[in-house]
Design a protein. Structure first.
Length: 152
C-alpha cells in the first residue's frame, strides 16, 4: 500500500534571506542567512545587508536578482549614504546565474527532501541545520558557483 501524507491548508511560512560570500584574500567561501516567519520585504533586506556589512567588516559587492524588495532596499541604502555597498544586478529571470539559487535547491531537494515537519518551529530548526555554515564544506560551496557557471 502506498503511504499517504495527510496535510491541512496552513498559512504558516518561513522565508530565508541568504548569501554566499568570498573572502578577497584567502578566497574562502562562507554562508550567511536569516530565517523569518514573514515574507521578505524591503526593511528585511536593508537590515540583512547592514548586518552582513557589520559581520564581514569590509565594503560589499553584492550580486542581486531583481526582486522588488532588493531594488528598493538598494535604493534606500544608497539614498542613506551607504558607500560600503556596490551592487551588480543579475539579468531578469535568470535564476540559473545565481549561485544562491543552487544553495536553496540543495537545501530543499537534498537535505530537506521528504522531510515532514511537525510544525513551523521544527521546519525552522531543519532549515537552520541545512544552511548552517558548518554543514557546507568548501567543495560544496564551490559547486554552487560552478552550477551558475562562475569561475572562482
Amino acid at each position: 500500500m502506498r503511504p499517504v501524507q495527510y496535510a491541512w491548508h496552513r498559512h504558516d511560512r518561513l522565508s530565508v534571506i541568504g548569501s554566499l560570500s568570498i573572502s578577497p584574500n584567502s578566497r574562502r567561501l562562507g554562508v550567511a542567512f536569516v530565517v523569518q516567519d514573514t515574507n521578505v520585504r524591503t526593511p528585511d533586506v536593508i537590515a540583512y545587508l547592514r548586518a552582513l556589512h557589520r559581520q564581514l567588516r569590509r565594503p560589499l559587492i553584492v550580486v542581486l536578482d531583481r526582486l522588488s524588495a532588493h531594488r528598493s532596499a538598494v535604493r534606500k541604502l544608497h539614498q542613506a549614504g551607504a558607500r560600503w555597498l556596490t551592487v551588480e544586478w543579475l539579468p531578469p529571470y535568470a535564476p540559473d546565474l545565481n549561485p544562491v539559487e543552487a544553495m536553496w535547491s540543495y537545501a530543499k531537494y537534498c537535505d530537506l527532501a521528504n522531510f515532514v515537519p511537525d510544525d513551523v518551529d521544527h521546519l525552522c530548526d531543519a532549515v537552520i541545520n541545512s544552511l548552517g555554515d558548518t554543514h557546507f564544506n568548501q567543495q560544496l560551496l564551490r559547486s554552487f558557483f560552478h552550477s551558475a557557471q562562475l569561475n572562482l
